[in-house]
Design a protein around this ligand. Structure first.
Ligand code: FES
Ligand code: FE2
Length: 453
């Protein structure tokens, strides 16, 4: 929209973000068009759809979408909207089917989206052109190593181009997994009254809040096991000191990564991490052979938060994939899928799944804390005067650290580099005139070093 000044809403020079971006319905409507209708959005994992006729339902922005494996084995996605009068043709969250039949007047569609049946067709229509009335397909569906994404934009760059350098980090999760990545079929869902951008920035880069906001939860998590809550991820539980050595926040084209680089602290919050640590040790030589020393030793097993713009987080260590679905400017749903390696011992998988439930399930110790903050930040922006305020993300600005992976690295877990990267990307997307302009640039000097080094 021409009269919105995005430079004023997100001021990168001063690291300020106007609070109206968390409340204004006009801005939200633009986000649906500029971001959710143009970016590649996570749909699910191929392991959820092994057989012909398997389907899941999800959202792309606020669009209800069916993802289904057809008789030809191809995975397609369609708007969950009947082409007759618009009723949802699928009410189930997932399952296996030969067709989707609308409950209003009974039109039915096959797994390839074609209109296959119309009650009383011969009696009530003269030559109904069924081909015109198939389900509306999502223009593009592509997979990156089993991770399925959809895009509404016909002329968007390919998924691989869109992911760009973040793929180098995603590979640590996908390629290290023994037997491939396995995702728990049905995600945990939590509805929270807040703006969708706040849980995203919280998960991809806010290391500052961990020891303070989660102090209570941390003491419980630590008390359950080995009392490690006195120092979690280099941050002391009483928030009196922080070890900034080692961990980095990395901003690259479009996406971000935060990682501890120590190869094991992803499991620092587990009450009984022993089976997982044993698995890491056993699997690590294979990962080093496949992905090299840097990724095998420093990234595999670390607490790593991969932020894929706009709303996907792949969190290694805590071991879940999380997607934030917007539901209006002041509400969102968090979907959390536990993930593990297919050939891990069952006992180890169970430890991981229990931990996901305990921390970030709907009743998770950490999920609840964060929900309160994003609700308060969003809803206080209902006040006109409060909405004129600007939030500040200036921590670590200008601090750089050498890093041999892609992207520009900034030191420490307590840093706001990833959050700044997210809002810069948000502004770029809101100002873009086509899907190609959404993709940002990684600092060129850094990339050259990696690719030819
Ligand atoms: S709305 Fe679906 S058959 Fe009429
Ligand atoms: Fe948190």
């Amino acid at each position: 929209m021409k009269n919105i000044n995005y430079q004023e809403l997100v001021d990168s020079e001063q690291a300020l973000q106007k609070r109206s971006i968390f409340w204004d319905p006009v801005i939200y409507e633009e986000e649906l068009k500029q971001i959710f209708n143009r970016c590649w959005l996570f749909l699910g994992h191929e392991s959820q759809l092994p057989q012909t006729g398997d389907f899941i339902r999800t959202y792309m922005g606020e669009d209800d979408v069916i993802v289904v494996r057809g008789k030809d084995k191809v995975i397609r996605a369609f708007l969950n909207a009947c082409t007759h009068r618009g009723n949802k043709v699928c009410q189930a969250e997932g399952g296996n089917t030969r067709s989707f039949t609308c409950s209003y007047h009974g039109w039915s569609y096959n797994t390839e989206g074609e209109l296959a049946g119309v009650p009383l067709e011969k009696e009530i229509y003269d030559n109904l052109d069924r081909e015109r009335f198939g389900l509306v397909p999502v223009a593009r569906v592509e997979s990156y190593k089993g991770l399925l994404f959809g895009c509404f934009s016909e002329d968007a760059p390919s998924l691989v181009e869109y992911l760009g350098d973040i793929a180098w980090y995603i590979d640590v999760v996908t390629d290290s997994a023994k037997g491939g990545l396995e995702v728990i079929g049905t995600p945990y869902r939590t509805e929270i009254p807040g703006n969708w951008k706040l849980p995203v920035e919280n998960a991809i880069g806010d290391g500052y809040h961990v020891a303070w906001a989660h102090a209570g939860a941390m003491s419980v998590v630590g008390a359950l096991g080995h009392g490690r809550s006195d120092n979690v991820l280099g941050i002391s539980a009483n928030n009196t000191n922080v070890d900034q050595s080692g961990a980095i926040e990395v901003v690259m084209n479009t996406h971000t990564v935060l990682t501890t680089l120590d190869g094991q602290s992803g499991y620092a919050l587990y009450d009984h991490p022993e089976p997982v640590l044993a698995h890491l040790a056993e699997n690590r030589p294979r990962v080093i052979e496949k992905l090299g020393e840097l990724r095998g030793k420093q990234l595999y097993g670390s607490e790593t938060h991969i932020g894929v713009f706009p709303n996907l987080q792949i969190i290694q260590g805590l071991n879940f994939i999380r997607i934030i679905h917007p539901k209006g400017p002041g509400k969102f749903e968090v979907w959390t899928y536990g993930m593990c390696e297919r050939e891990m011992p069952e006992e180890t998988k169970e430890v991981i799944h229990n931990h996901v439930r305990q921390t970030f399930g709907p009743a998770g110790l950490l999920e609840g804390d964060d929900g309160d903050f994003v609700e308060a930040i969003s809803h206080s922006a209902a006040g006109y005067a409060t909405r004129q305020m600007k939030g500040f993300l200036g921590m670590g600005m200008g601090r750089k650290v050498p890093w041999d992976g892609p992207g520009e690295a900034s030191p420490g877990l307590v840093n706001e580099a990833c959050q700044r990267g997210f809002y810069d990307q948000w502004r770029r997307s809101m100002e873009a005139t086509n899907a190609h302009e959404i993709i940002g640039q990684t600092a060129p000097g850094v990339l050259r070093e990696i690719r030819h080094g």
